[in-house]
Design a protein around this ligand. Sequence first.
Ligand SMILES: Cc1ncc(COP(=O)(O)O)c(C=O)c1O
Length: 387
Amino acid sequence: MEYRFDVAHPRTDMEAAKWDEMGEQAPGIVPLSVADMELLSPPEIIEELTKTAEFGMYGYTWWGSRYGNIVKQWMKERHDWEIEPEWIVQTNGVVQGLYAAVRAYTEPEDKVLLITPVYYPFYRAVTRNGRTVTESPLKLVDGRYEIDFEDFEEKAKEAKMFILCSPHNPVGRVWTEEELRKIGDICLRNHVLVISDEIHFDLIMPGHHHTVYATLGQKYADNCVVCTAASKTFSLAALGVANIIIPNKELRDKFDAQVNVDGCYSYSIFGNRALETGYTKCAGWVDQLNQHIYDNYLYFKDFMAKNFPDVWVADLQGTYLCWFDCRCFGMPGEELAKYLREEGKLFFDDGYIFGEAGDGYERINLACTRKVLEEALERFKKIFENK
Ligand SMILES: Cc1ncc(COP(=O)(O)O)c(C=O)c1O
């Protein structure tokens, strides 16, 4: 079946976080910031949720063997990862899981390692729980972001936990198996627990292969917590479901106990139905979506090469979030952000929110229709062509 990726509705009156952030200042404008899609979810999911809504009874929901086996099947077929349903701990979101993991496995003031720039809630999960962030900045080598393994090991010596973003938001890297193994060996050598946030793992661009951290081998699997969800894959962020998958029983029990202490044991009937439908009926939709995102990426990259050759665009290997360098316009990050918003009605995520190293960069969300992207780039051209 051929799916359409040219349909989306304005979300002006939906209390959509991304849209409301624009305020009153941008009628008719589609924001390309926060990581949800300006595209419809798969028709199979819409149909299932309509049926669920029409059923008319929305009592407490749990998940059982059907759900567990569906997740197991998806991990096997899409990620070559053999899991057992009992390894799953469901939470209402990956970020909730990250906060719980920080509390479960570290003590106040312990150091948690991040490679930066990185998805900003990682910092908050650490600092808002009274722990300390230790950063190992990514380095750009021949136009590709890489981990500085020497620095990473130095920082790992004093850390208790490492939160990995795989694929990496915001720089779009899909870590190779070799890189993951290096990370894993350093973490094992230094007794650092790996929390691997793989929420974007289904959004992989042509020519790249995502390796689930826990598939590296038993010793790596025993030292990790893998955070997964269907929310990025099918744009279900508001439905509140994530699967935190923990092969090691001792680690799993600790996490489970923490989630209970946190009082989280409420599950969404809509989230569960949507995930089950996505994982059983929508693999083809994901393949076509990835192609659509990649086509948008090529269009974006080509636009910059033709119109603004000094704007460096990172290679998009995974996620639908493309990182690009606007420092050639000579504006500090906050000034650039203001200019984009006020003059261009352009709503991206500003690089500095991902850490100091992101200042002067922007992150554009390419999960939108081509028309929306074209219009945004026209506005970009208008405000920068004489700069
Ligand atoms: C790396 C990463 N983790 C987690 C999330 C959010 O997860 P959730 O909505 O399940 O809390 C995002 C959303 O952008 C993300 O990019």
